[in-house]
Write a protein that binds this ligand. Structure first.
Ligand code: C2E
Ligand code: CA
Ligand code: CA
Length: 260
């Protein structure tokens, strides 16, 4: 159908309007920055900045997501290789990988070539895949992940706790890191059930040698609680909002001074 082809070509978003923002992840015990998550922002022609809530879903439907994600992974690697050359002690960046991306058979080859092109080792780019992607219990998905893992990529399970997969399903899934939303750790939880759930997730994850990164940490109280139950890696507004590359450089500038 020609008309449909034309209209979708006309509405095809411009890649250069999508830029990476960076949100640091800290070790709350040492104060050290241990990495950062790459989060996409849409710079609109009217000057406003749009978050992914307004475009990810439609891009996943249209299939454009793979193109956008590869564009962002590229920019992330470009920034990281430049920061490394400039002597910033940044260990890794975590990028988001849509479930849709994993259906592209060339994804592993694409990522390998990308890192080679920028002279980065495989440990440099962590792949965040949302928990719900695994709930399909899809053999093909597990194969792709096994491939990425044997290539040396570190896979992080995003939004752990938000979906329906049980801790038991972790035994079949090749991930090493759980990203756990701790935003629901609110002061209004009088029953302390949230705290107990989080404590159990952390204990179980550690028992099966998985690391945990707590996301959505907004207050000192939450950070202190997480530390008290053994979760040291944290990300959230309490530490920093996602910021553009130039602003992120100021943050890592401080790290560079401290690491001297
Ligand atoms: P996510 O991967 O779970 O990312 C964390 C979200 O929490 C981000 O929202 C971040 O800005 C927000 N956040 C960080 N700290 C706090 C906090 O302390 N409190 C609260 N309330 N929120 C916090 P954002 O940037 O709007 O992204 C939303 C989702 O869009 C992401 O959730 C991720 O699933 C998706 N996404 C973002 N960038 C990309 C991308 O490049 N590719 C793909 N496929 N998905 C992306
Ligand atoms: Ca994520
Ligand atoms: Ca998340």
């Amino acid at each position: 159908d020609m008309s449909e082809t034309n209209s979708s070509a006309d509405s095809r978003p411009e890649l250069r309007c999508f830029v990476p923002y960076f949100q640091p992840v800290f070790n709350y015990d040492t104060g050290e920055m241990v990495g950062a998550e790459v989060l996409t922002r849409h710079l609109k022609t009217d000057g406003s900045i749009e978050g992914p809530a307004s475009f990810i879903e439609s891009f996943e439907k249209s299939g454009f997501i793979y193109e956008m994600d590869r564009h962002i992974w590229n920019l992330a690697c470009m920034h990281l290789s430049r920061w490394r050359k400039d002597g910033y002690p940044i260990r890794s960046l975590s990028v988001n990988v849509s479930r849709r991306d994993l259906y592209h058979e060339d994804i592993a080859v694409y990522l390998r070539n990308l890192l080679d092109r920028y002279g980065l080792d495989r440990e440099s780019l962590h792949l965040e895949i949302t928990e719900t992607a695994f709930s399909e219990n899809n053999g093909q998905l597990v194969n792709v992940l096994e491939g990425l893992k044997s290539d040396g990529f570190k896979v992080e399970m995003d939004d752990f706790g938000s979906g329906y997969s049980s801790l038991c399903s972790l035994k079949d899934i090749p991930v090493e890191v759980l990203k756990m939303d701790s935003g629901f750790l609110s002061a209004t939880d009088k029953s302390h059930r949230c705290g107990s759930i989080i404590t159990s997730i952390i204990q179980m994850a550690h028992a099966i040698d998985m690391q945990v990164i707590a996301e959505g940490v907004e207050t000192k109280r939450q950070a202190d609680f997480l530390k008290s139950v053994g979760c040291l890696k944290m990300q959230g507004y309490y530490f920093s909002r996602p910021v553009p590359a130039e602003e992120f450089e100021h943050l890592i500038e401080k790290e560079k001074e401290q690491s001297k």
